[in-house]
Design a protein around this ligand. Structure first.
Ligand SMILES: [Fe+2]
Length: 199
């Protein structure tokens, strides 16, 4: 099964800045994504994207939602249409005339799988948060106090254990950090306290 998208441009530049409203996005999210674990993962990534936009990129509140929306919907088709992963949600958002930057971020969140290179900072951060967020959460689930007291060292130790959360691609994490120009330690330190508040 190939998930290659076989194209590099998404959406129409005339739709730059166009977004779903929060209720529209939440409606799409809850009608397409049934698995509560996947829902939580997508909410966590959405929150990390919003925090990064606000804290590191100094992006205004309206634009923070574009980052958050990319995170919230990046895996929207994974639950019900895994063989059309990325393709289906992109086509849905294209039909709703959504900002091409959001579409490109979703399309490039797994360059090794979808064949689309992350280009913008939004692209790169979505790719960087995706797998590492999943690993940090798997670690939280096995800790007695969840995220409380979790540190960078502990997450890195789990990362080195290949059998821990084996479905999390270590290759993607390395590749994503390099592309984003962020040290693994810094990214983990950013994720832990912010992800901890997402329920
Ligand atoms: Fe994801």
């Amino acid at each position: 099964m190939s998930l290659l998208l076989n194209r590099n441009t998404f959406g129409d530049p005339a739709n730059t800045g166009k977004v779903l409203t929060r209720p529209e996005a939440e409606n799409l999210f809850s009608s397409w994504v049934i698995n509560p674990r996947l829902q939580l993962h997508m909410k966590q990534v959405a929150h990390l994207m919003k925090c990064w936009a606000a804290e590191k990129e100094n992006i205004n509140e309206a634009d923070q939602w574009r980052w958050e929306m990319a995170g919230l919907l990046h895996d929207a088709d994974w639950d019900q249409w895994p063989d059309q992963h990325c393709k289906k949600i992109i086509e849905e958002l294209e039909s709703r005339n959504i900002d091409p930057e959001i579409l490109h971020a979703i399309a490039s969140h797994g360059p090794l799988h979808f064949g689309v290179e992350p280009e913008t900072k939004m692209d790169k951060m979505l790719y960087a948060f995706d797998e590492l967020s999943g690993l940090a959460h798997a670690y939280a689930l096995m800790r007695p106090n969840n995220y409380e007291g979790m540190d960078v060292k502990g997450v890195k130790k789990r990362l080195k254990e290949k059998s821990f959360a084996a479905n999390v691609s270590r290759e993607d994490i390395d590749d994503a950090c390099k592309r984003a120009g962020i040290l693994l330690d810094d990214l983990i330190a950013f994720i832990i306290p912010r992800q901890a508040v997402v329920k």
